[in-house]
Design a protein around this ligand. Structure first.
Ligand code: OMP
Length: 229
């Protein structure tokens, strides 16, 4: 299966479906995030599943353990392939979320966001975290692994450090992917698709470079061609 996950960051179901109709489910999974889900709700998941796509529901839950676990359960019961929480919610929150999936024998992959790829070292410092950014990512990734989750969201710039520390099987889902000629936008820790795979990313989240392209299907095929088989 392809490591590419296309972020469907568009404001309507019609736009999301028009976009995925240009994508081949053999070449990517898709990600539904806060904008699309808040506007369209679970119906969009059904529509994407019906078109043969595996879905990463990216709502980045961060709440008390019970609330977070029940939200993860609600997501998994809709058949999504992957769901995420914020690692900064802590061990008890992550353990509760993992346990509820186990109790219900649901196969959904559960991962945790370490430090958002839009954050620079200065942005992180400003939140009161004083250790270097890569150390904070590693710290939260260890906590995530020790809490029993399947992997993390991090930037590809940290992927090799996490691969060395936590192994290749621990998922490293990396947004902030930018093909050489594309706009950086609000991302701060970026890498090209091929460099990210070489660094140890297991999955590449790609949004605007595909969704805002004149021919999203062609950009996806071009990226796929650059990746190891
Ligand atoms: O959890 C995520 O998917 C996520 C975490 C993170 O640290 N950075 C990040 O960009 N994302 C998501 O990944 C996507 C990146 O989109 P583009 O910047 O358009 O490629 C967006 O949908 C973000 O919400």
């Amino acid at each position: 299966m392809s490591p590419v996950i296309v972020a469907l960051d568009v404001p309507s179901s019609d736009q999301a479906l028009a976009l995925v109709d240009q994508l081949d489910p053999a070449l990517c999974r898709v990600k539904v995030g806060k904008e699309l889900f808040t506007r369209c709700g679970p119906e969009i998941l059904k529509a994407l599943h019906g078109r043969g796509f595996e879905v990463f529901l990216d709502l980045k839950y961060h709440d008390i353990p019970n609330t977070c676990a029940q939200a993860v359960l609600a997501a998994a019961e809709q058949g999504v392939w992957m769901v995420n929480v914020h690692a900064s919610g802590g061990r008890r929150m992550m353990e509760a979320a993992g346990e509820v999936l186990e109790q219900h024998q649901l196969p959904t992959r559960l991962i945790a966001v370490t430090v958002l790829t839009s954050m620079s070292p200065d942005d992180l410092q400003e939140t009161g975290v004083t250790r270097p950014l890569q150390e904070q990512v590693l710290h939260l990734a260890r906590l995530t692994r020790d809490s029993g989750l399947h992997g993390v969201v991090c930037s590809a710039q940290e992927a090799s450090i996490l691969r060395d520390a936590l192994g290749s099987d621990f998922l490293k889902v990396t947004p902030g992917i930018r093909p050489a000629d594309s706009e950086v936008g609000d991302q701060r820790r970026i890498m090209t698709p091929e460099a990210a795979m070489a660094a140890g990313s297991t999955h590449l989240v790609i949004g605007r470079p595909i969704s805002r392209a004149a021919d999203p299907g062609q950009v996806l095929r071009d990226i796929t061609r650059l990746l190891p088989r």
